[in-house]
Ligand binder design. Structure first.
Ligand code: DX5
Ligand code: ZN
Length: 215
């Protein structure tokens, strides 16, 4: 059974409190929060004040996905805002090992996000330091995109390495997850499913979360 992480990017920002309570009451496991800086990705989303406000109401793990340049500059502020898991993009980090140590020293779980074009092998030398791999199955920047099919092969390759080395690193799949493709994503080795559009475009988001959880 996979962990489910609804993405707040697709929530109703005018009624964010309602959506947070819905997730609190649902079978979801984490809140997935997408931070975009308009430089690493061609979009800008939200930052510290919004995360701090969500933290006050959220009763589940805050999984913060940084799509920003120079994430190390801001790691402490994200901890202060309430992040439990902090993921940085491998493509944005010249010194990834240092970034991971920094995140852990601040008392958060360390995540590495990876774009569709980047080989998973690029993170093998620090895999034992990674708590969560946030594998992008779309090009980051926007919700509601189509799942890139090749991701399935990348999940299998990464899972085999995690199992071979006896690690507890979780594989989180982010982008284009639907009720139709979720079971094949889990079968390939995913541990966590992010879902934005799939959850929030339905008339009963809580029921959709339950359906994903039941896969
Ligand atoms: C994309 C974000 C995703 C996004 C997923 O840049 O990282 O977390 O919110 O949205 P869906 O599930 O709609 O593809
Ligand atoms: Zn994300």
């Amino acid at each position: 059974m996979a962990l489910i992480a609804p993405s707040i990017l697709s929530a109703n920002f005018l009624k964010l409190s309602d959506d947070i309570h819905m997730i609190n009451e649902s079978q979801a496991d984490w809140f997935h929060l997408d931070v975009m800086d308009g430089r690493f990705v061609p979009n800008i989303s939200f930052g510290f004040p919004v995360i701090a406000a969500i933290k006050k109401e959220a009763r589940k793990t805050l999984d913060v996905h940084l799509m920003i340049e120079e994430p190390g500059k801001y790691a402490e502020e994200f901890k202060n805002a309430g992040a439990d898991i902090l993921s940085v993009h491998i493509e944005a980090c010249s010194h990834l090992h240092r970034n991971l140590q920094q995140i852990k020293s601040l008392g958060m779980q360390a995540g590495v996000a990876i774009n569709p074009h980047t080989p998973v092998q690029n993170m093998f030398d620090v895999l034992h330091d990674i708590d969560v791999v946030c594998m992008m199955s779309v090009n980051p920047g926007f919700g509601g995109q189509k799942f890139i099919a090749h991701t399935i092969e990348k999940i299998k390759t990464l899972k085999a390495e995690i199992v071979r080395r006896g690690l507890s690193t979780l594989i989180e799949i982010d982008g284009g997850v639907t009720l139709e493709n979720a079971s094949s994503i889990i079968a390939a080795g995913a541990d966590v499913l992010v879902a934005g559009n799939t959850v929030f475009s339905t008339s009963d988001p809580s029921d959709t979360i339950a359906k994903l959880k039941g896969m």
